[in-house]
Design a binder for this molecule. Structure first.
Ligand code: FAD
Ligand code: 2HG
Ligand code: ZN
Length: 470
């Protein structure tokens, strides 16, 4: 029996999509820029079903592209060359929430916002926060090692994973759902699958750390004269708050102008104009007092020019509306070039200065939009098309990106802080990675996925290309 018929029999009508129109939403990324064509979409509703899908595809020699919420920024979940798209949407059980163990075990397709709500229902807190939390799934977040807006305090997804369950490319199940905080028995395999972008297997469930519910949050929106001032403000705020900072986000002036012009309900929090802005939050019972002391210290040093402290949850929500609205509204300025760079904290200001100058020199009619998690050294150095003709903007993309990545590399940085490599950055990743490191990665890939059927072409070049290069 042909693969598609066997899959249809296995999964039934609610777990199998072959029709072109119904497949379409799975075949393009959320930006609409990257598209592909899948043989079909398989949506298993149980781990055993998923294992059977993987075995059937392996027998037929068909590649699998795993997909969770399809919110990824690097086109890692877009099908290529008629592969089978495996959606985890129906694998969405929260298996257990264990407040006494401060852990939760959830299947891959659970949406982050649902996991946060489950933790909250037992007076616990799951700290990963990002703009896509209403769609991004646990499997996708693990597989991209997502970061987001609270990583400055709680770390990234890797820091939150205690254990994983993974279906391997041959259909075997690795049950690594440990709840242990300490365990040094052998290689720590979970770390291979975190950030592997679906190239080594399919994550089916994860056990994650929980934290105490955050006490009152004190939020401020600040105008700062430069990125160097913002980074000095970070130092002051960490010291004066006894490291209670949970968010430290930066936005350049054009980001605020964009949100004010195009996002419903946005009001500018500050009266005057500032070149840079910081959204800072402190979680502590005496958060308001600590925040005030940080701001006083920063203003005395001249690194914060003006600030407004949220007086209500609605005020704080307004600050976040601006921060998240920038990402939502960027398409209003035409095409986008996006970068997700990280550099050491003492190089953030130099990176922003050089990257912005490079953008203005190459495409002066476009608008640099710099935002991100500067408390982690992670800057989204984006450029909006604006008045540059589309053909010139598109033709300049690769060279501009290479130049921005060169700047990051020269400062000891990375070309992907939190979004992954996917298909989008694969060749740049290959060109910039140390050959020994790349060789180790290739060996791991070959050991786990010898037939190159797990998300081939993502992160690593396809096997034939790797072999030809060796
Ligand atoms: P998908 O997009 O479906 O997949 C992402 C990758 O993981 C693909 O390579 C896919 O093959 C693989 N994958 C998915 N599920 C599995 C699985 N079960 N097993 C193995 N591989 C799998 N990211 C951040 O880090 N920080 C942010 O602040 C942030 N903000 C965002 C804001 C917006 C508005 C949007 C749209 C995106 C944002 N992202 C951010 C990017 C994105 O949400 C994350 O990369 C997220 O982790 C992707 O999860 P997903 O479920 O949508 O995965
Ligand atoms: C964020 O921090 C996301 O909001 C997306 O990582 C950033 O659009 C971007 O470049
Ligand atoms: Zn981000």
């Amino acid at each position: 029996m042909a693969l598609l018929e066997r899959l249809r029999d296995l999964l039934g009508p609610s777990g199998f999509v072959a029709d072109g129109e119904d497949r379409a939403p799975f075949e393009r990324d959320w930006t609409g820029v990257y598209r592909g064509e899948a043989l079909a979409v398989a949506m298993p509703s149980a781990v055993d079903e998923l294992r059977a899908v993987v075995r059937l595809a392996a027998e037929a020699g068909i590649a699998i592209v795993p997909q969770g919420g399809n919110t990824g920024m690097c086109a890692g979940a877009v099908p290529r060359e008629r592969s089978l798209l495996l959606s985890t949407k129906r694998l969405d059980a929260i298996r257990s929430v264990d407040p006494r163990d401060w852990s939760v075990t959830a299947e891959a397709g659970v949406v982050l916002a649902d996991l946060q709500a489950a933790a909250q229902s037992v007076d616990r807190f799951f700290p990963l926060r990002l703009g896509s939390e209403g769609s991004a799934t646990i499997g996708g977040l693990v597989s991209t090692n997502a970061g987001g807006t609270r990583a400055v305090r709680y770390g990234v997804m890797r820091d939150l994973v205690l254990g994983l369950e993974v279906v391997l490319p041959d259909g075997r199940l690795w049950n690594g759902l440990s709840r242990l905080r300490k365990d040094v028995t052998g290689y720590d395999l979970r770390h291979l699958f975190i950030g592997a972008e679906g190239t080594l297997g399919i994550v089916t469930a994860a056990t994650l750390r929980l934290y105490p519910a955050e006490p009152a949050i004190a939020s401020a929106f600040c105008g700062v004269p430069s990125v160097a001032s913002a980074m000095e403000f970070l130092d002051i705020a960490r010291q004066k708050s006894c490291d209670a900072i949970v968010t430290f986000e930066i936005m350049s002036k054009p980001c605020i102008d964009l949100a004010a012009a195009h996002v419903d309900g946005v009001r500018r929090p500050l009266a005057g104009e500032h070149r840079w802005h910081v959204l800072v939050e402190i979680a502590a019972h005496d958060g308001a007092a600590r925040l005030e002391s940080c701001l006083v210290g920063a203003m005395e040093r001249g690194v914060v020019a003006d600030a407004v402290i949220a007086q209500s949850l609605a005020d704080a929500a307004g600050f976040w509306r601006i921060r998240e609205g920038v990402v939502e509204a960027q398409p209003r300025l035409g095409l986008s070039i996006k970068h997700d760079v990280s550099v050491p904290l003492d190089a953030v200001a130099a990176f922003c200065e050089r990257a912005e100058a490079e953008m203005r020199r190459r495409l002066p009619a476009s608008i640099p939009l710099f935002l991100g998690h500067c408390g982690d050294g992670n800057i989204h150095a984006n450029l909006a098309q604006a008045r540059t003709p589309a053909d010139i903007f598109t033709a300049s993309t690769a060279r501009l990106t290479a130049a921005i990545h060169d700047i990051a590399e020269a400062l000891g940085g990375s070309i992907s802080a939190e979004h992954g490599i996917g298909f989008k950055k694969r060749d740049e990743f290959l060109a910039r990675t140390d050959p020994v490191e790349f060789d180790l990665m290739s060996r791991i890939k070959r050991a786990l996925d010898p037939a190159d059927k797990m998300n081939p072409g993502v992160l690593m070049p396809p096997m034939q290309q790797r072999e030809a290069a060796e």
